[in-house]
Design a protein around this ligand. Structure first.
Ligand SMILES: *Cc1c(COP(=O)(O)O)cnc(C)c1O
Length: 428
């Protein structure tokens, strides 16, 4: 494959954009080489500026669950755009998407729309602090909740990739209110509650982390967190930016039968446009401005184009009774195939999967938290990534990322992927 134009474009981009990208993990820093510039996409495929074609396992980091340029979503955006793109007033569509989201997800009465997952998590924590009148939060090492200050502490994903545990610019004052816990370790969480009695406003967690690879929660871990929160007057925030509308209609709350007090959304809920949202019980959500004292706002929040894309996406997911089982079957098929060929080639690996989230770790031991995720062999991953790319398979350029399966993938695509991984495994 030739990457002439991509390389040229990257040189140009670097002159005017820091690192040539608008989000760090796009830059291929942890795998080496230059990023490829995408020109267009359709269904399960990406086409780059040099006219190379790829099967896409990133899918815009999650949103394109039905494939790229999905026609009903594209048409909804086009029709809406003709009528004006922003008014700064309420619109009927915002109520319609809110009603639909509330009907699909358990335990939520009200939802507020914002412009990104970062905003959703940041606002959810402010709301939890305002509601409980406490300052501290617990987050888990390796979980990513966007780039707002309180979360940039052992935050997985791009940050782990670059080995920066903390970002300059986050003040000590902010960092001291974020307590770090180990995922899947309930005793560790209990000890934090004991040391900080009546001070913890919220636990924020990715119920199925996807930002240190995919990490399945151990049986009863989430329900034990629920119980701890209830005992301590602490709110449980599920960051479902990745899992929401992906693992099930009602996300991880539905899949694991555990109630969150506030749930955060992003990615799928925007159908590929910039959307985030946070939702919860009425008494909590009514604490938000203009009803309550906790301030939160946004000039383009609930933007008509974004709402049109998101609404159409949710309608599609809501009306297809088989969608989540179909996604799971495809991902399980891929898992089985990769497991077989990596085993046959005597590679040390672990595959983690929940529903349509899957990650391959180059370590033979169980991967259940950030520490164990870090044991993966990054040199093997780099080679794996670049060899797959040469074969037209685009996985995330970091060992700490989950692959997102889209319904647009055919079994031929999956077979080609498994066959390619077999060939690549022979070179590792
Ligand atoms: C992507 C992601 C975010 C941040 O969303 P942005 O839209 O990138 O701001 C937050 N939490 C989780 C779990 C995510 O995967």
């Amino acid at each position: 494959m030739l990457y002439q134009r991509s390389s040229q474009l990257f040189v140009e981009a670097n002159k005017v954009i820091p690192g040539g990208v608008n989000s760090p993990v796009r830059a291929f820093k942890s795998v080496g080489g230059n990023p490829i510039f995408i020109k267009e996409a359709k269904g399960a495929y990406l086409f780059d500026e040099d006219d190379n074609k790829y099967i896409d396992y990133i899918n815009s980091w999650g949103p394109m669950i039905l494939g790229h340029a999905h026609e009903p979503v594209i048409n909804a955006i086009i029709e809406k755009a003709k009528k004006g793109t922003s008014f700064g007033t309420p619109t009927e569509l915002e109520t319609k998407i809110a009603e639909l989201a509330v009907s699909m997800v358990p335990n939520i009465d009200k939802i507020r729309f914002v412009n990104s997952g970062t905003e959703a998590c940041m606002s959810a924590v402010r709301l939890a602090r305002g509601y409980t009148k406490r300052d501290k939060i617990i987050k888990f090492s390796g979980c990513y909740h966007g780039h707002s200050d309180s979360f940039l502490i052992a935050a997985g994903s791009g940050l782990s990739t670059f080995g920066v545990p903390n970002s300059p610019g986050v003040t000590e004052g902010t960092a001291k209110d974020t307590l770090l816990a180990r995922f899947n370790d309930i005793e560790n969480v209990k000890s934090l509650f004991e040391a900080n009695k009546n001070e913890i406003a919220a636990i924020i967690i990715e119920p199925v982390p996807g930002n240190m690879g995919c990490i399945p929660p151990k049986a009863s871990f989430l329900s034990s967190l629920r119980a701890l929160c209830d005992e301590n007057g602490t709110l449980l925030i599920f960051d479902e930016v990745m899992t929401g509308f992906r693992l099930a209609k009602g996300g991880a709350q539905e899949l694991y039968g555990v109630r969150a007090d506030i749930a955060c959304y992003g990615k799928v809920i925007g159908g590929g446009l910039p959307v985030g949202a946070f939702a919860g019980r009425e008494e909590i959500m009514n604490y938000l401005s203009p009803m309550g004292p906790v301030y939160q706002a946004g000039t383009l929040s609930g933007n008509p184009l974004a709402m049109a894309a998101g609404y159409q996406m949710l309608l599609e997911l809501n009306s297809d009774a088989q969608i989540f089982s179909r996604l799971e079957e495809k991902t399980a098929y891929l898992e089985k195939g990769i497991d077989k060929v990596l085993s046959e080639n005597n590679i040390d690996f672990t595959i983690n999967r929940v529903g349509s989230m899957i990650s391959v770790h180059f370590d033979k031991n169980e991967v259940y938290d950030f520490e164990t995720a870090k044991n993966g062999d990054n040199e093997t991953f780099k080679k794996f990534f670049h060899e797959l790319l040469k074969k037209g398979i685009y996985i995330a350029p970091s060992a700490y990322e989950t692959w997102f399966i889209t319904d647009a993938l055919s079994y031929e695509d999956l077979d080609y992927t498994i066959k390619s991984i077999d060939e690549v495994a022979k070179t590792l």
